[in-house]
Ligand binder design. Sequence first.
Ligand SMILES: Nc1ncnc2c1ncn2[C@@H]1O[C@H](COP(=O)(O)OP(=O)(O)OP(=O)(O)O)[C@@H](O)[C@H]1O
Ligand SMILES: [Mg+2]
Length: 360
Amino acid sequence: MWAFCWAPIVAISVLHYATPIHHAWVHDVLRRLYYLPIIAGAFLAELRGALAASVVVSFCYIPHAFLHMGAMAHADPAGSWEKALELGLYNIVGAVTGYLVRAERRRAAELATALEEQRRLQRQLVRAGRLGALGELVAGVSHEIKTPLHALRGTAEIVDKLIPADCPERRMWEIHVSELRRLGDIAERFRSFASPQVDLAGALDLNDVARRLSDLVGAQARRQGVEVELTVAPAPVALCGDRDQLAQVGLNIAVNALRAMAAVSDRKGTLAIRVVPEATLEDAPMCALRIENDGPPIPIDRIEHIFDPFVGDDPQGTGLGLAISARIAELHHGFIEASNAGLGVTFTLYLPRRDAPEPA
Ligand SMILES: Nc1ncnc2c1ncn2[C@@H]1O[C@H](COP(=O)(O)OP(=O)(O)OP(=O)(O)O)[C@@H](O)[C@H]1O
Ligand SMILES: [Mg+2]
């Protein structure tokens, strides 16, 4: 304000008072120059700034305009009506520009929020579309895998009894059985991606989900030397949903976080699990489960795609953990967001609060 408002007003006033009366055109110019700091006030502090500037300008100008100081030697030579009109205009211009700047800024902020919401909605739709189409394909594949797998497991149980413990081929047989088990796990993961079984009717407290997640992840975190910080809400956070599936979502996120932290060898790391009782997503009242880790950030070109199936970089993983989680969140009318914020990487699972109206 000083550089663009008060200092110019002082400078114009000094010149005004110092200019002799016969330089009428200089007074004309100086009188109009007062509009510049008034407009600057509007841009710097909106209506408040513009009105403050116009009032200060009026007080600076009134003595010079009407008091005929120094036996008229320094008075503004313009006519009384003209000077009175100018005084009125200072304040009108101040009020109008201040109001317009304020309205424009509010509109710009609203547009930015609307744009951000539209982008989020678009991402949500694209994600849902991709997952839905792929879900059908994966359901078929997992069904085709599971049938022969079932037969293989049955025969393996019979053959297992026929191979003695001291037989040299026993070791190879154990590898065979463990790979069969792994294949079974993968098929099960495919199935739960294609058709997650979610019971939405259960009434639950998000604090309980967070506690359960903390218990589930605790042992692995301790082994890794990672500190788990659990922050629950002071009061129960009521929502409808499937406790096991929501804990599974949290676990998928937390296991990824532990793996990302383990990749950085020089430090142990922190995993924070926080319950946010009141959050908003596209103006809808939500609650949220926030899982933060202080591992390395997710590259910006990758973060957009980590909820897509099969984008994982873990050779042991299926690349389905976050895709399944996104589907479970969607079935709960919720949403998962990932960002390089908080401790380092933050995943936020938004879920509708029980007191919120049902989405259409
Ligand atoms: N906290 C995190 N920090 C860094 N990268 C992450 C984090 N969480 C997820 N990622 C990235 O997202 C990818 C996708 O994760 P997702 O859980 O879907 O698959 P996955 O872990 O590779 O396999 P799966 O979960 O099926 O075992 C991960 O491979 C990893 O590259
Ligand atoms: Mg995973």
